[in-house]
Design a protein around this ligand. Structure first.
Ligand SMILES: Cc1cc2nc3c(=O)[nH]c(=O)nc-3n(C[C@H](O)[C@H](O)[C@H](O)COP(=O)(O)O)c2cc1C
Length: 212
């Protein structure tokens, strides 16, 4: 499938941010600051907009339609996404809009997860404590993207948040910003990116120079 993210145009990015207790956050509260002021990037904080879980379906669909790249940014909760993000998917990715015979609204868009985990990366292996990789835990999102005709990229993951130093949080923040700018400019090497277990293994390797 050909991805819509292209070098010839600026891609609009929508970051769907989902953290139910941002006042207690150490990591994501910082990470999101690194992508706040980028032109053509919209940050949509679900728990801020919908503290009562009453999601405005049509407004959310209109917002998705305006964007080329959709980012789900959230902490990992019980090897899954936070509850409000699941509610959002259940309601907004509607039959005959997102999928089904006439459901083409998300077709050709790109989807990825930006995630933080308490657990260290070494736990997320076949033979590790969690018995599965992060890509495996994200399979429901990957399959949703497939059903909706979207390009699904490997996740950007900040592992080991417990005791993560300020320096490491800063490194993740800078890598996150590079990724979002590359997605916007269409300078992410998609073929190379697809081969990775997480996009921030070596972010500079998957970003191409912008053609003058
Ligand atoms: C309800 C809940 C469930 C969690 N489940 C997991 C989990 O399944 N795996 C994991 O590695 N960390 C898990 N964590 C740890 C969070 O992912 C971690 O606290 C978060 O990424 C830190 O980001 P923050 O500083 O922005 O809150 C869980 C935390 C909470 C509160």
């Amino acid at each position: 499938m050909k991805a819509l993210i292209m070098e010839s145009k600026t891609n609009n990015i929508l970051i769907i941010f989902a953290h139910p207790a941002l006042q207690k956050s150490r990591v994501n509260k910082q990470l999101i600051k690194y992508v706040r002021d980028i032109e053509d990037v919209t940050i949509h904080d679900l728990y801020e907009v919908y503290p009562d879980f009453h999601i405005h379906l049509k407004k959310e669909q209109a917002l998705l339609e305006k964007n080329d790249v959709i980012v789900f940014h959230h902490p990992l909760f019980w090897f899954s996404i936070p509850a409000l993000l699941k509610e959002y998917m259940d309601l907004v990715f509607q039959h005959m809009w997102a999928y089904g015979k006439k459901g083409q609204a998300l077709k050709g868009k790109t989807l990825l997860n930006v995630i933080s985990t308490g657990g260290r990366e070494s736990l997320f292996r076949d033979k590790g404590y969690n018995r599965h990789t992060m890509v495996e835990f994200l399979f429901p999102i990957q399959q949703t993207a497939y059903v909706c005709g979207m390009e699904y990229l490997p996740p950007f993951v900040a592992h080991g948040t417990h005791g993560m130093t300020k320096e490491v949080i800063q490194e993740h923040g800078e890598d996150y910003r590079k990724l979002i700018v590359a997605l916007k400019d269409g300078t992410l090497d998609i073929d190379q990116a697809r081969t990775l277990s997480r996009l921030n293994l070596d972010i500079d390797k998957i970003i191409m120079e912008r053609k003058k």
